[in-house]
Write a protein that binds this ligand. Structure first.
Ligand SMILES: Cc1cc2nc3c(=O)[nH]c(=O)nc-3n(C[C@H](O)[C@H](O)[C@H](O)COP(=O)(O)OP(=O)(O)OC[C@H]3O[C@@H](n4cnc5c(N)ncnc54)[C@H](O)[C@@H]3O)c2cc1C
Length: 305
């Protein structure tokens, strides 16, 4: 049996969350994938990546807030980091999860919060990416996005996941609108009713969607560490005379740093997704589920401890 499913189920467990986050070794492990808990930690990591010629998207960790105060706090934190990016002249934009800003509580609350963030980003001439969460949120997120777009906010983009059957159609809709799309494979546990279950099918759909976005889309973010897909993107770009300024590769903090540097040195735009903050538990578990071999890394840290 694959370990992916049990690990993703554990990502929802508050008992396990308590155990891992209260264990000092949990923090050590998290640091491989998370820049740290404070804004200062985040700024330091952005500077390191920027020195290597790598752009950044900063994510203040947090999701599924269940009360208005938490949703407003998440909004304040996003506004704060935009201020920091501007004042410190960092080469970074931000990624946000709508469930951190009240999507589970009330549409109007969430819309008001994200509007503030997108407006401030606009004032600072920067960009906001709406991360995509589980499939229960796909339509809601795209609907809210459309309202932002129709209200004149063009500095905002979406994420589409190639494991979902619907994504090819969503890609075409986003191409029509001229929206910046981040294409990823998808990190959540999804049933066969909505998502491909075989990796080969997810990868094939990724390539189909990627080619469409590279040919017709607006500066797509190709978010993957999959070297075969990255090579395919480069070959496709060369064959179709798509210049390197028309797309970017995106990768996660702590994953395939060698490849991030290599691509940046070759002249490709590369953006590292840097998460920070104290709510790192579900994020960490999704990274474990993507590559259960990471569990050996945890085991080795516990062994050393
Ligand atoms: C910038 C960025 C933003 C993302 N945003 C979202 C989002 O909004 N919503 C969403 O559902 N998902 C998001 N994801 C996660 C994504 O959906 C995948 O779960 C994740 O990227 C792993 O898929 P892969 O494309 O790297 O391919 P895979 O086939 O899973 O992996 C290819 C290779 O990459 C390496 N690798 C991949 N993951 C890891 C890891 N965790 N640790 C160590 N090595 C690894 C391994 O060498 C592996 O063989 C994002 C990913 C990136 C890079």
């Amino acid at each position: 049996m694959s370990l992916k499913e049990p690990i993703l189920k554990l990502s929802q467990s508050s008992q396990m969350k308590g155990f891992v986050t209260h264990n000092p070794l949990g923090r050590v492990v998290a640091r491989r994938f998370v820049a740290g808990e404070s804004v200062e930690d985040a700024v330091q990591s952005v500077r390191e990546m920027n020195k290597l010629g790598i752009h950044v998207s900063l994510d203040h960790l947090g999701e599924n807030t269940s009360n208005v105060e938490e949703a407003n706090r998440a909004t304040e934190q996003a506004l704060e980091i935009l201020e920091v990016i501007y004042n410190e002249k960092l080469d970074a934009n931000i990624s946000v999860k709508l469930t951190s800003m009240g999507q589970d509580i009330d549409y109007d609350l969430c819309y008001k919060n994200i509007c503030q963030v997108v407006q401030k980003a606009q004032d600072y001439n920067t960009f906001v990416r709406l991360d995509m969460e589980g499939s229960d949120y796909t339509q809601k997120t795209l609907d809210l996005f459309r309202n932002l777009w129709n209200d004149g906010h063009k500095n905002v983009g979406v994420v589409l996941q190639s494991y979902l059957y619907r994504t090819e159609k969503d890609v075409e809709e986003m191409i029509k609108l001229g929206v910046r799309v981040r294409l990823c494979k998808g990190a959540y546990l999804e049933p066969a009713e909505v998502a491909y279950q075989e990796k080969a099918e997810v990868d094939r759909n990724y390539i189909r969607c990627m080619e469409r976005l590279m040919s017709e889309g607006n500066y797509p973010g190709l978010a993957t560490h999959d070297e075969k897909i990255i090579e395919h993107a480069i070959t496709y770009a060369n064959r179709n005379r798509i210049t390197a300024d028309r797309f970017e590769f995106q990768m996660l903090y702590g994953v395939r740093r060698d490849l991030q540097k290599k691509l940046a040195n070759q002249g490709y735009n590369v953006r590292a997704y840097i998460p920070y903050g104290s709510e790192w538990y579900p994020y960490l578990m999704r990274r474990m589920a993507e590559r259960p071999a990471n569990l050996f890394f945890i085991a080795s840290q516990f062994w050393k401890g």
